[in-house]
Design a protein around this ligand. Structure first.
Ligand SMILES: Nc1ncnc2c1ncn2[C@@H]1O[C@H](COP(=O)(O)OP(=O)(O)OP(=O)(O)O)[C@@H](O)[C@H]1O
Ligand SMILES: C[C@H](N)[C@@H](CCCCCC(=O)O)NC(=O)O
Ligand SMILES: [Mg+2]
Length: 257
């Protein structure tokens, strides 16, 4: 298992997860994709004029993960709990008179047993985003006990947000496999925006022991910002740690039954 978290909502966790899926699959790994809960549905354009009851909702994160995953998977395999409002999942659930099922957050992974070498899991929002009324992304991560990738949206503020996220993970014993600095704003060719162009160097300076990768605007590939290792080396070692963790979970599940 490999958990993709981020410095905030809308920093490119899903975008980075799809890039990771493509890159890992290109290296031959069989990777499943999972999001424990998703909030914020959209309506297919073709349905926009249909009466509300007939409208087909979809969840962009689930659709993007499903399309990027090379293994056959239903929407429920990818994400077993889905809510309409674009709010924290527990708040979105309450708006429908429902509750997020805490056990199903990790329990939904059981559907993937023996179907892949490991799972790529995307959270929602940042580390302390509530998932249910009782638990946050961070709690789920602690329960899953797996390596983490931190997606950092490249904008002013990213240095502090990334360091806080990494510090919390490290203090709690999580292994941070890497930081992905993701371009969430299109480049302006006439203007070198120093509030963004200097952030990779700063992250390397303040977090020198964590591999730093980058995804460009509309980028479909990972780039290494870390001269110590290539993207392929990083992917291979990260996949090995993720596979070990998934195997451990499956063995534990088998023992429990
Ligand atoms: N590198 C990129 N290039 C171009 N667009 C991007 C890039 N990264 C993200 N985006 C766009 O920015 C928006 C937010 O990205 P994304 O949905 O991946 O964020 P997220 O962190 O997964 O958010 P959430 O907390 O809702 O899961 C999306 O429209 C996405 O397509
Ligand atoms: C609606 C968003 N897109 C996202 C939830 C983000 C909630 C952030 C809450 C917070 O930390 O303040 N949903 C999701 O990832 O399924
Ligand atoms: Mg997302």
């Amino acid at each position: 298992m490999l958990f993709v978290t981020g410095t905030d909502t809308a920093v490119g966790k899903t975008h980075a997860a799809t890039v990771l899926l493509h890159e890992l699959q290109r290296l031959g790994f069989q990777v499943g994709a999972y999001k424990p809960v998703c909030s914020g549905a959209e309506i297919d354009a073709a349905d926009a004029v249909a009466p509300a009851s007939a409208q087909q909702y979809f969840w962009s994160d689930i659709r993007r993960l499903q399309r990027a995953c090379a293994l056959p998977a239903t929407i429920t395999d990818i994400c077993p709990q889905r809510f309409l409002a674009p709010l924290a999942p527990n708040v979105a659930a309450a708006a429908e008179g429902r509750q997020v099922d805490d056990d199903l957050l990790s329990g939904g992974l059981d559907a993937w047993q023996n179907r892949c070498e490991f799972m790529l899991i995307e959270g929602a929002g940042g580390l302390y985003c509530p998932l249910s009324d009782r638990s946050t992304v961070f709690d789920l991560l602690q329960q899953l006990n797996c390596p983490v990738i931190v997606v950092a949206g490249n904008r002013l503020g990213v240095i502090s947000h990334t360091r806080m996220t990494v510090e919390l993970l490290r203090q709690s014993g999580r292994s941070v496999a890497g930081i992905i600095l993701n371009e969430i704003v299109p480049p302006d060719p006439g203007d070198d925006d120093v509030s963004r162009s200097g952030n990779a160097l700063q992250l390397q300076k303040w977090l020198p022991e964590i591999p730093l990768l980058q995804i460009g605007w509309n980028g479909t590939h990972l780039q290494s910002a870390d001269c110590r290792l290539s993207v392929q080396e990083w992917l291979t070692s990260t996949a090995a740690a993720a596979a070990h963790c998934w195997k451990t979970r499956m063995n534990t599940e088998v023992d429990a039954h």
